[in-house]
Ligand binder design. Structure first.
Ligand code: NAD
Length: 359
């Protein structure tokens, strides 16, 4: 069966990584017709927006996309294309499996954690007011009129909205994922002891959803700072973590660190009927065009994509080829070598070639 998939190369190191992933996916023999579109600051002049409507339309139509990382320029007022894409397509679940593969240098023996991050609200909602602006003054006045604790007049403000509906949806996603993938435990991560309204709602809702799965999947909760310590000390005790947006972002990088770094950490953004697959890492602009960084995170994102479109056998074959290249340790990039300046490190293309040879 032929699959039509939207392909967004990205910028920075994006194009070289997504091209490596595309070659590996095609080498599995799965029949894919790619619709290739650019997004990001580079298309601003042409389309007046970093995320043109035709890109969104293509993903909505095909329901699946593979995307390279896209730079969010600092201090230009341009909002993140990555965040906007998730919002516009209602890709409410960010799925980031963190598996320690044999051969990766790590302090641990076993790590197999799946992060389920809420993607649509929390401090990422983009509702922000600059210090001293007219709008922030209005917001401060409104808050001071109802709150016992008073805001200083020059405060900058970022709003953290959390809803019951979005919390229920993401926790349900985590439990359903656990059932489908034979996982045993879901841990809800929060800071409800301090943020009683927002994280409190997330936790109460998680407990309500968990009750529906009692006897099938174990449920527990952890305060986010305590979880950080425990993940570093005993990552083997964790299975699925479900988190609001910001903690999910931070803990994703922490868990990527447990399993060998951003170069091997894949991801997916999933909605009810649409999914965009992309690595956890960003566009690493300083390595752009150097054929240096690790394509494995993008390739493993492709593995997740193949599973999502029902090509399980091809996905398993591609994952096994990746595992073999990692455990052999010969055709791997600098980040998987014992030292960062190891002269035997190969480039992005060569790692992809070694994987393709095994397919
Ligand atoms: P980054 O993930 O791009 O890079 C941080 C560091 O991680 C790099 O300098 C490099 O040392 C390492 N790294 C990243 N990817 C690697 C790979 N494939 N192989 C080996 N090492 C790798 O994070 P950043 O520097 O904070 O962000 C750069 C840009 O990317 C920013 O504009 C940011 O907004 C954007 N970003 C985009 C996405 C996305 O597209 N989903 C995600 C995160 C960041």
């Amino acid at each position: 069966m032929r699959h039509k998939i939207t392909f967004i190369p990205g910028d920075g190191v994006g194009p070289e990584l997504s091209e490596a992933a595309r070659r590996c996916i095609e080498a599995t023999g799965v029949d894919i017709e790619w619709e290739v579109f650019d997004a990001g600051v580079d298309v601003m002049d042409k389309y007046g927006t970093p995320l043109p409507e035709h890109v969104l339309e293509s993903i909505k139509k095909n329901k699946v996309a593979l995307k390279g990382p896209i730079t969010t320029p600092v201090g230009t007022g341009i909002r993140s294309v990555n965040v906007e894409l998730r919002r516009a397509l209602e890709l409410y679940a960010c799925l980031r499996p963190c598996v320690l593969y044999k051969g990766v240098r790590s302090r641990y023996d076993k790590v197999d954690i799946v992060i389920v991050r809420e993607n649509t609200e929390d401090l990422y909602a983009g509702i922000e007011f600059d210090s001293g602006s007219g709008d922030s003054k209005k917001v401060i006045e409104a808050i001071n009129s109802v709150s016992k604790k008073k805001l200083k007049s020059d405060s900058a403000i970022s709003i953290k909205p959390i809803t019951r509906a979005a919390s229920e949806r993401i926790v349900k996603f985590a439990f359903e994922y656990a059932l489908k993938n034979n996982r045993k435990k879901v841990t809800c991560v929060h800071k409800a002891n301090i943020m009683k309204a927002t994280d409190g709602l997330f936790l109460t809702t998680a407990r309500e959803v968990a009750a529906r799965y009692q006897g099938k999947i174990t449920f527990e909760d952890r305060i986010v700072d305590n979880l950080c310590m425990q993940l570093v000390q005993r990552p083997e005790e964790y299975d699925i973590l479900v988190l609001p947006n910001l903690y999910g972002d931070i803990i994703s990088d922490l868990c990527a660190g447990l399993v060998g770094g951003l170069g091997v950490a894949p991801g997916a953004n999933i909605g009810d009927d649409t999914a965009v697959f992309e690595a956890t890492h960003g566009s690493a602009p300083k390595y752009k065009g150097l054929n240096k960084v690790n394509p494995i995170a993008m390739i493993l994102s492709g593995v997740l994509m193949l599973r999502h479109i029902g090509e399980k056998e091809a996905a398993d074959r591609l994952e096994n080829a990746v595992k073999k290249v990692i455990s052999d340790g010969k055709y791997v990039t600098y980040d998987l070598k014992p030292t960062r300046d190891d002269p035997t490190a190969v480039g992005t293309r060569e790692t992809a070639d070694a994987i393709i040879k095994l397919l």
